[in-house]
Design a protein around this ligand. Structure first.
Ligand code: FES
Length: 110
C-alpha cells in the first residue's frame, strides 16, 4: 500500500492508503480532513502541493486540469510568474495515489 506523507507547518503525518483511491478520501477515512469545498474538482479549495512523488499520482482529469490551470493563472497574477516555479499543484479530491507521495496543503491565498 502506498504511503502519503502530509507536511503541515512543522508536523509530518504518515498515512498508509489504498492504491488508486483519492487522496482526500483516504486521509478523511484515516481521520484527517484536508480543506474542501465541492469535492468534485471545480472549486480548488482542496489544492495541495506535491513535494515528492508527483509521478505516483493519477494523470490530471479534464476538470482537474482546468481548475489547476485557473489557480496557476491566479497565483501568477498575484505573486508573479516565478511563484509556482518547481511547484506541483494538484487537487486532493481528484488525484489518486498509485505510489508513495509527500504533500502539503497549499495555503497561499488567492
Ligand atoms: S474540493 Fe473543490 S476542487 Fe477539490
Amino acid at each position: 500500500m502506498p504511503n502519503v506523507s502530509l507536511k503541515n507547518n512543522n508536523e509530518v503525518k504518515l498515512f498508509e492508503v489504498h492504491e488508486n483511491e483519492l487522496i482526500w478520501d483516504e486521509l478523511d477515512r484515516l481521520g484527517t480532513k484536508l480543506p474542501a469545498g465541492c469535492l468534485a474538482g471545480s472549486c480548488g479549495t482542496c489544492r495541495i502541493e506535491v513535494l515528492e512523488g508527483a509521478q505516483n499520482l493519477s494523470p490530471l482529469s479534464v476538470v482537474e486540469k482546468e481548475t489547476v490551470h485557473h489557480l496557476e493563472e491566479q497565483y501568477k497574477k498575484i505573486y508573479g510568474e516565478d511563484f509556482l516555479k518547481g511547484k506541483t499543484l494538484r487537487l486532493s479530491c481528484r488525484a489518486r495515489v498509485t505510489g508513495d507521495i509527500s504533500i502539503t496543503p497549499f495555503k497561499e491565498k488567492i
